[in-house]
Design a protein. Structure first.
Length: 71
């Protein structure tokens, strides 16, 4: 069962994409959610916008946001 559903799409969470970006990274940061999902490639900082259904199909796995660092 996939853990990818719209509830897991949280701003600040990281998404592992099914397709590897041309820069070689498949890790994207979710920067906006809603009817359209905005993602930023963590390899090259390229930003993409996908509609929700497309985003859910393109994401392999969602990593929960990291806890804020206490340093
Ligand atoms: Zn990239």
């Amino acid at each position: 069962m996939s853990n990818v559903n719209s509830k897991n799409l949280i701003s600040g969470a990281k998404a592992v994409m099914k397709k590897i970006h041309p820069c070689g990274s498949n890790l994207f940061l979710i920067t906006r959610t809603g009817a359209d999902v905005k993602l930023k490639c963590l390899g090259c900082n390229h930003k993409i916008m996908l509609d929700l259904q497309k985003a859910l199909k393109s994401i392999k796995k969602i990593l929960p946001p990291e806890p804020p660092s206490m340093t």
